[in-house]
Design a protein around this ligand. Structure first.
Ligand code: AKG
Ligand code: FE2
Length: 336
């Protein structure tokens, strides 16, 4: 179910966009005061000083919490606007040492499979939920984990979530995808270690409202971080503006567009880059993907990583010029 709001913003296109972004930000704490089957009235005292907003309740765009149903990636709806899948070939862009963006790397077929896998597990125990920061503020996304539980407060410390659920096992398709992607990336760049994933964080961002602040992925084992074992980040659905940089300084970060089917890898010297999602652009998902999956408006991101490295498991740490070769052997042990 989704929520459609009809509000007309006047002005030049950039003013309308600013206004719309502001409105979505200001209304994340909607208060529903009256509902019927298809209509509801929401009071928004924070932004409009008590103005009454009229909406039609269908729920795909529901961005505030309070739902009792598990969050579903699927939402049947007419596809009004969307982009058709570009017939451009796969290409790559090196964004830094150990950081590479593979454009259009994942085929439509595989994107559909990834949505279906995420949906199947996402509605079950250990599925999507809205995580909170220590302050109590909610992250502006839905999240679930495969393989190992991570959340912004307990990090990897707790095996079970506060609702008692355990993360589902990491699907073999996601393991193979991460490993193959790294192998392909290694053909284009040096100093990118191989990686055997044991964790995948799945995020879903609503358009306009969804975002993720600048952060480092640094809760994995110290061996994994020291060895720069890469993170493999897969984007599906609406496009996003992704920020990355050496520090949290917003003035110094770089920005790149992540589109459906793109894979971003950061390992080696870039393993601890600051990164975040600034915004998700509505109606930018490929129309074929929406037709085949009925994916709700927004962006799905899967971040695969290695919480443990080979050294953690073998109980010693190797630092050797041939580390790269060891890593390949180690990965092949797992793929047998
Ligand atoms: O959605 C993305 O592209 C980034 C996700 C991310 O950084 C994370 O889950 O740690
Ligand atoms: Fe991250």
């Amino acid at each position: 179910m989704s929520t459609f709001i009809f509000i007309i913003f006047a002005g030049a296109p950039h003013q309308r966009r600013l206004c719309r972004n502001w409105w979505f930000n200001a209304h994340r704490n909607w208060v529903r005061v009256l509902t019927s089957r298809n209509w509801w009235f929401a009071l928004t005292p924070d932004a409009f000083h008590g103005a009454l907003i009229l909406g039609i309740s269908k729920r795909c765009y529901t961005i505030a919490g309070g739902e009792t149903q598990p969050f579903s990636l699927i939402c049947p709806r007419p596809i009004i606007k969307s982009t058709s899948m570009k017939k451009l070939p796969i290409s790559y862009e090196i964004l830094g040492s150990g950081m590479i963006l593979l454009k259009r790397y994942i085929s439509l077929r595989d994107q559909v499979d990834i949505v279906n896998i995420s949906q199947t597990w996402g509605v079950g125990p250990g599925g999507f939920y809205e995580p909170s920061h220590q302050s109590g503020a909610k992250l502006r996304l839905q999240m679930m984990c495969f393989g190992r539980n991570w959340d912004p407060i307990t990090k990897y410390k707790k095996r079970f979530r506060s609702d008692g659920s355990e993360p589902p096992p990491l699907p073999s398709e996601l393991i193979s995808l991460a490993k193959t992607t790294i192998q392909d990336a290694q053909a284009h760049m040096d100093r990118l270690p191989s990686m055997q994933p044991d964790i995948c964080i799945v995020n879903f961002y609503s358009p306009v409202y969804g975002r993720l602040g600048l952060h480092q992925d640094r809760d994995e084992s110290s061996n994994s971080l020291q060895r720069g074992l890469p993170v493999v980040s897969v984007s599906i659905g609406d496009s996003a503006e992704f920020l990355y940089g050496k520090s949290r300084d917003k003035m110094k970060v770089n920005s790149v567009l992540l589109e459906s089917g793109d894979v971003l890898i950061f390992g080696g010297k870039s393993r601890l880059i600051y990164h975040g999602v600034k915004q998700v652009f509505p109606d930018t998902a490929p129309v074929q993907l929406l037709q085949e999956t009925m994916l709700r408006p927004g962006r799905l991101n899967l971040t695969d990583g290695a919480h443990f490295s080979r050294s953690d498991i073998l109980g010693f740490s190797i630092s050797h010029p041939l580390d790269h070769v060891y890593d390949i052997c180690w990965s092949s042990c797992f793929s047998l």
